[in-house]
Design a protein around this ligand. Structure first.
Ligand SMILES: [Ca+2]
Ligand SMILES: [Ca+2]
Ligand SMILES: [Ca+2]
Length: 862
């Protein structure tokens, strides 16, 4: 704290100075004190303290996005403030349910009531603004339940990547946050472990019957963190409780640093008080974020940077474009007016249009003192945008294959022991099974033939059937419309071997279609219908990071052996790690599979005729059976519920797509009639969701159909333009718990197709909306969301299966900006572990292949 000296020699001056100082202190004091704003969080310039604006939602349990959160100079560095039952909670440790939230504007305080049903344990937290700090107090009406005494505490979690290597002081003792977890642990009997989510277990105790519990790195009553970094500095003290600092990464790579105080046993009333004072840099203004395309621009396209500004930042009148010449000299090429767009959530937005600059070259944008990195204007900038995805990301995600790249093995052949019939059960990745399994197999019986083909879902290693259906369809659409002959991948189904950057004479995309179809046909043939997923049976191998081939032991599970015991012939083990097939029948999923099989039979004809025939057989059978099942099980209520579900559920109503694809595969007119019966009603009811299906039909339809579709395309063009009013970026921005890249890509693909077939209605300028967003023109930062070749500054970390290395798999597409209520968009690029903003999925990344292929195709059209 800086002390103010006063001048004792000249009283008149002293009085004047004192008066000035008084006003200064009063003014800065006002500016610095935390206020409770209309959005119901505590705010001063540089500091936002949120109290359960985002509650634990139960879906994937502790997503590290909830509780008391602090956004510190624009970065959400602190979250998880709540009564918790563990020193360093993992994702599947119990989270409290928020049962009430009261905001008291008069007393500048927010109170939340929390409950653990599993332990009949209620608590209340009251957060009050006091000057520059908040007081956090925990109240109990009944003492901590006996089973939780010494375990329940108040926790607050700190983002490791923003605190590591920074200094901290605990009760005057100096220390530094470690870059990597290497503190100390003890083990304790499992009987002392608080329950985990739905009784699952996050750990394999190797038969010891003990769990690992981290020890604190420091304890005391006052901690000041990041004394060396004003943006992150925070002081926390408690006079009535001991503060303990832990490293959550000791148990799980996605853990945070945790500060906690154990709640006292046998006490009620106000049982614990912390004072938390995040440092606010005086007069701090967030640096402008200049959004632009990191891949660059072609000369003739519109070029508009969107600049995100602190609401307190004064708007400049102009921005400029500078060119880096071939001799390394720079010159100002263009200076243009800044145009206001206005406020959107937390920030203010302006635009800088430099479309008039068409000369190829290397450029950067300057706005005030902020300069961007350089980017290209050139007709070739988009030519490589899908290469990393098709050549690297997709083959790495081929399941049941050994995948090699140069000197590196990405993974060995996974799941050699195959898949067991899942019993009726609950599941940690949201795949409930039951009440019936709908198969001839007994629970835990091996279902033969499923360990073939298919693609890993995302950052995990399961085969999500719905996603894999999308994958095959995405590849087929790309293949049929753009016919990419690119061959950079060696695929041998016989050797179960994939080698990157080794052409083998077959277009890769055909090999990807084949690989996806092999698994899906096997499901239909072996099970009789589609499994919802082929996934992990135990939680402690679901969160696996590393070589996919080491998730299971490759040996058939034999319950007559002891855990970890291997049979004398080396083929069976007593470790229950085999994957499961979740088989409860869903006729809607079967219908989607039927659609995909019809298309696959067409695409594979002439390349793998046997597989093409098997796919067609399954398509016809599944369509008939699934349609009958849906019709036979209908009650009046079901019909309405199903209609609602179809309109809202992300795929088209009825079976019109299936009919369309079957018509494409067989040429039988009855399928076409069925399609036409449904499409117009679907378009009238929900245009944005069904317009893509209508566009997909154009190659099969006559001119009259295309004319009839025209007014719908005109309406859709209005829909495209409506986004210019909704946000400064002109695209649909998702506000859900998973950032909206699928929705954005869908939008981009549909805009591209609408322009392709109706260029007089949907103008070419519209196709750049989604590319701009993906490649850097978006809130929070301006990095490309695609880990791709071609971008000057792609994102550096993603939630892939190598996330523990703070790395990425080339070609991955991040979901993008995660919205945190009430007004914060976020995409961490130094912390990969939040899947809602950083996890690429197989369905999303193959959607990107269609988007990129159609986009390149349109950009290059004359
Ligand atoms: Ca999954
Ligand atoms: Ca190939
Ligand atoms: Ca096994």
């Amino acid at each position: 704290m800086k002390k103010t000296s006063t001048n004792t020699k000249r009283p008149a001056f002293k009085k004047a100075i004192s008066l000035c100082l008084f006003f200064l202190i009063a003014m800065t004091g006002m500016a610095q004190d935390l206020q409770l704003n209309d959005l119901e969080y505590f705010e001063c310039q540089g500091v936002n303290v949120l109290v359960f604006s985002n509650s634990f939602n139960g879906g994937f349990n502790d997503e590290k996005n909830s509780g008391i959160e602090i956004i510190h100079h624009g970065v959400r560095t602190i979250q998880g403030g709540a009564v918790r039952l563990n020193n360093t909670p993992e994702q599947w440790d119990l989270v409290p349910k928020m049962t009430a939230r009261k905001v008291d504007q008069d007393n500048k305080s927010i109170e939340v009531s929390l409950r653990y049903d599993d332990y009949d344990f209620d608590s209340r937290i009251v957060v009050s603004a006091i000057g520059k700090a908040v007081e956090i107090a925990v109240f109990l009406d009944k003492p901590v339940p006996e089973a939780l005494a010494g375990e329940a505490g108040f926790n607050l979690e700190f983002l490791p990547s923003q605190y590591w290597q920074k200094t901290f002081v605990m009760d005057g003792r100096l220390n530094r946050f470690p870059r990597y977890a290497a503190s100390q642990t003890i083990t304790r009997p499992n009987s002392q472990k608080p329950k985990q989510f739905k009784g699952f277990k996050t750990y394999d105790d190797r038969g010891t019957n003990r769990f690992v519990d981290p020890l604190p790195m420091e304890t005391g009553h006052e901690i000041i963190m990041a004394t060396d970094t004003p943006e992150r500095m925070i002081r926390i003290n408690s006079t009535d409780a001991e503060l303990k600092l832990y490293d959550g990464r000791m148990l799980a790579q996605n853990g945070w640093y945790v500060l906690r105080s154990v709640l006292p046993a046998n006490k009620t009333g106000k049982v614990l008080t912390w004072t938390v004072e995040p440092h606010a840099i005086p007069n701090w203004i967030r640096e402008p974020n200049i959004g632009f395309s990191q891949v660059g621009y072609i000369p003739e396209q519109p070029k508009v940077a969107v600049i995100e500004l602190d609401k307190k930042d004064e708007v400049k009148t102009t921005a400029s474009l500078w060119r880096i010449k071939d001799d390394g000299q720079i010159e100002k090429t263009y200076e243009g007016k800044i145009m206001a767009w206005g406020p959107y959530y937390k920030y203010n937005y302006v635009k800088f249009d430099f479309s008039s600059v068409k000369q190829p070259g290397v450029y950067y944008i300057q706005y005030g003192d902020t300069k961007t990195n350089n980017f290209l204007i050139d007709k070739s900038v988009y030519t490589k945008i899908t290469d990393a995805t098709t050549d690297v990301w997709i083959p790495i995600h081929m399941n049941h294959m050994y995948v090699n790249e140069g000197y590196r093995t990405w993974h060995g052949e996974p799941f050699k022991e195959g898949y067991l019939q899942a019993p009726p059960s609950d599941h940690f990745d949201l795949h409930a099974q039951g009440p019936t399994t709908d198969t001839k197999y007994k629970p835990y019986e091996l279902i033969p033939g499923l360990n073939i083909g298919g693609f890993f879902d995302a950052g995990d290693f399961d085969i999500e059937t719905g996603s894999n259906i999308n994958v095959v369809q995405n590849f087929i659409r790309t293949w049929e419309l753009f016919n990419p002959m690119r061959d950079e991948t060696f695929v041998s189904q016989k050797q179960r071997y994939v080698d990157l950057h080794r052409p083998d004479g077959t277009p890769d995309i055909l090999q990807f279609i084949e690989h996806g179809t092999l698994n899906l046909v096997a499901q239909a043939e072996q099970i009789g219908h589609m499994a919802s997923t082929l996934s992990n049976s135990i939680l402690d191998n679901y969160h696996h990071l590393g070589d996919a081939a080491s998730i299971t032991d490759g040996l058939h599970y034999d319950p007559s052996l002891k855990p970890y015991e291997v049979s004398s012939d080396g083929k069976r083990s007593g470790t229950p790690d085999d994957m499961w097939a979740f088989t409860t029948r869903d006729p809607r999923l079967d219908l989607r599979a039927a659609t995909m099989f019809a298309a696959a039979s067409r695409a594979l004809e002439g390349y793998n005729d046997d597989l093409a025939q098997r796919a067609l057989t399954q398509s016809k059978r599944l369509m008939k059976e699934a349609t009958d099942l849906i019709n036979n099980n209908k009650t009046v209520n079901d019909t309405q519920a199903e209609e609602d579900f179809n309109w809202l559920g992300g795929f088209d109503a009825g079976n019109m797509s299936t009919n369309l694809q079957l018509y494409g595969a067989t040429g039988e007119k009855s399928y076409l009639d069925n399609f036409e019966k449904q499409i117009w009603k679907a378009l009238d009811k929900r245009l944005p969701m069904n317009i893509q299906t209508a566009l997909d039909a154009i190659p099969y339809m006559n001119e009259a159909y295309k004319q009839k579709l025209r007014p719908y395309i005109e309406k859709y063009n209005d829909y495209i333009k409506s986004f210019d009013q909704q946000n400064p970026y002109g695209i649909p921005i998702g506000l859900g718990n998973w950032a909206g890249v699928n929705m954005v890509l869908n939008f981009g693909i549909t805009v591209n197709y609408a322009h392709l077939y109706y260029p007089d209605i949907v103008k070419k300028d519209e196709i750049y909306r989604v590319a701009n967003w993906l490649y850097g023109c978006h809130p929070y930062h301006n990095y490309s969301f695609v880990a791709t070749v071609g971008a000057a500054r792609p994102k550096a970390v993603f939630y892939g299966n190598n996330r523990a290395d703070f790395s990425f798999i080339p070609g991955n597409v991040a979901p993008g900006l995660l919205f945190r209520h009430p007004d914060h968009f976020e995409n961490f690029d130094d912390w990969p572990f939040l899947w809602g903003q950083n996890e690429g999925t197989i369905a999303g990344n193959t959607q990107y292949v269609i988007f990129g292929s159609s986009f390149k195709n349109l950009v290059n059209e004359q």
